[in-house]
Design a protein around this ligand. Structure first.
Ligand code: UD1
Length: 346
C-alpha cells in the first residue's frame, strides 16, 4: 500500500519517528514536510537525532496567518496527492499541517488516518482545538491515545473504526530510554524547566510580561527553552531577556536534550501538550499555564496542575506535593499496530 504521512511542526516529527520505523518493509510510506516549522532547531535536528528518513517532499509554507499558512499547504498537498494517488494518508495531532492534510485528502476522497484522534480541550478559541475537531470529522481511522478520546468522539457521533493502541509519544520516549539516552547528563541545579509558546500566553504584551515577571520572581532558577514565537513576541514588545535575571533563556532543545532537562529539573512549567505527558512519564511535577488541558488524566493526584501566570497562584501550585502515581497511556507496539491496521483497512 502507498500511504502519505503529513508532518510540519515539531511534535509531529517526533510522533512520526516510530511510524517511519515500523512502516519499513510493510507499506510504502511517503512523507510530506509542510515547512510550518523550518528553523534547524525546530525541524532538522529531530530527523538527525532520531535517525529518521528525510521527507520525500519538502514544502516551505513558513510564516503567516492561520488562513494563509493553511491555504498554502492545502494547495501544495493537493497537487502531491493528485500525482501520487496514495491509498490513504496519515496526519498527526492538531496543527495547521494536520488540518491542511486532512482537508486536501478528504476533497480527493482519499481516506485519512488520524494519530492522536479524539483529543479535546473543549475550548474552540484554541487553533489546535479547531484543527483536531475538523480533522476528526474527515477521518476514517481513529487512533486514540486514551479511553477519554473514545467517549469524546462518541459525543460527536463518531463510534466506528476507533482503535486504542496507546500513545505514540510514549513509544518514542520508551525507545530513547531503552537506548540509555535519558540519563540526566544535565546536573540537577534545582531549577524549573519552562517552555511557553501558545498564542494566548504569548500574543498579548501584558499577558507575556506578567508571566515573565512571575517566572523571574520564583524561588528557583528558570531554564526557559524559548520557542521562536515567544522569542519573536518578546522582541516585538521590547521585553529584554537581560531584564529577567532569574531566567536563563536557551534555544529550543532537541528531543533528547529536552527530556534530559525535564528529567534533571525540580519541575516543569509549560503550556505544551506533549511536555505535560513527558513530565508525567518522567515522574516530574508539571504546572500547565492554561485554563484547561486535553490530558486530564495527568491532573489526578496533582502531578499536573493548571495555573494562571499570576505569581501567587503559580508559586502555590509549585508547593503542592503530588500523590500516588499511576501508569498512563501505556500500551506497547503502538506504531506496529497502527501500520498493520492501516495496511488492512486502506
Ligand atoms: C504549532 C502548533 C501547535 C504545536 C506547536 C509545537 C498550530 C496552530 N499550532 O504552534 O499545536 O503545539 O506548533 O511547537 O499549528 N517560527 C519560526 N521558526 C520555526 C517555526 C516557527 O520562526 O522553525 C515562527 C513562525 O514563523 C511563527 C511562529 O514561530 O511566527 C509560530 O509558529 P506556528 O507555525 O504558528 O506555530 P506554533 O506556535 O509553533
Amino acid at each position: 500500500k502507498k500511504i502519505i504521512a503529513i508532518i510540519g511542526a515539531r511534535p509531529q516529527f517526533i510522533k512520526h519517528y516510530p511510524i517511519d520505523k515500523s512502516a519499513k518493509g510493510t507499506i510504502d510510506l511517503i512523507t510530506i514536510h509542510t515547512g510550518q516549522h523550518y528553523d534547524q532547531e525546530m525541524s532538522q535536528i529531530f530527523f538527525d537525532e532520531l535517525g529518521m528518513s528525510h521527507p520525500n517532499y519538502q514544502l516551505s509554507v513558513g510564516k503567516g496567518g492561520h488562513g494563509a499558512q493553511t491555504g498554502k499547504m492545502l494547495e501544495n498537498i493537493e497537487e502531491i496527492l493528485i500525482n501520487e494517488k496514495p491509498h490513504g494518508i496519515i496526519v498527526y495531532g492538531d496543527t495547521n499541517s494536520t488540518l491542511a492534510g486532512a482537508l486536501a485528502a478528504a476533497k480527493l476522497h482519499i481516506p485519512i488516518a488520524h494519530i492522536e484522534a479524539g483529543v479535546r480541550s473543549y475550548n474552540k478559541h484554541l487553533p489546535e482545538e479547531v484543527n483536531r475537531l475538523l480533522t476528526d470529522h474527515l477521518t476514517s481511522l481513529f487512533f486514540i491515545p486514551t479511553e477519554k478520546a473514545r467517549i469524546d468522539l462518541s459525543k460527536e457521533g463518531i463510534t466506528q473504526d476507533i482503535y486504542e493502541f496507546g500513545d505514540i509519544m510514549k513509544e518514542v520516549l520508551d525507545d530513547v530510554i531503552e537506548k540509555g539516552l535519558v540519563n540526566s547528563n544535565i546536573a540537577d541545579e534545582n531549577f524549573y524547566y519552562t517552555t511557553i509558546h501558545r498564542p494566548y500566553n504569548t500574543d498579548d504584551c501584558e499577558t507575556l510580561k506578567k508571566l515573565l515577571n512571575s517566572l523571574n520572581t520564583l524561588n528557583k532558577k528558570i531554564v526557559f527553552a524559548i520557542h521562536p514565537r515567544t522569542e519573536g513576541r518578546m522582541a516585538e514588545y521590547g521585553l529584554q531577556k537581560t531584564n529577567y535575571k532569574n531566567i536563563s533563556f536557551i534555544k529550543p532543545q532537541s528531543y533528547i536534550d529536552n527530556l534530559n532537562y525535564i528529567n534533571a529539573s525540580s519541575g516543569v512549567i509549560t503550556d505544551s501538550g506533549g511536555i505535560q505527558k513527558e513530565a508525567y512519564w518522567l515522574k516530574k511535577k508539571c504546572i500547565t499555564i492554561r485554563t484547561e488541558t486535553e490530558w486530564v488524566e495527568t491532573l489526578e493526584n496533582n502531578w499536573n496542575i493548571l495555573s494562571s501566570s499570576d505569581f501567587s497562584t503559580l508559586s502555590k501550585a509549585l508547593e503542592v506535593q503530588p500523590g500516588n502515581y499511576k501508569e498512563l497511556y501505556n500500551i506497547s507496539e503502538t506504531s506496529k499496530n497502527i501500520i498493520k491496521k492501516i495496511n488492512d483497512k486502506f
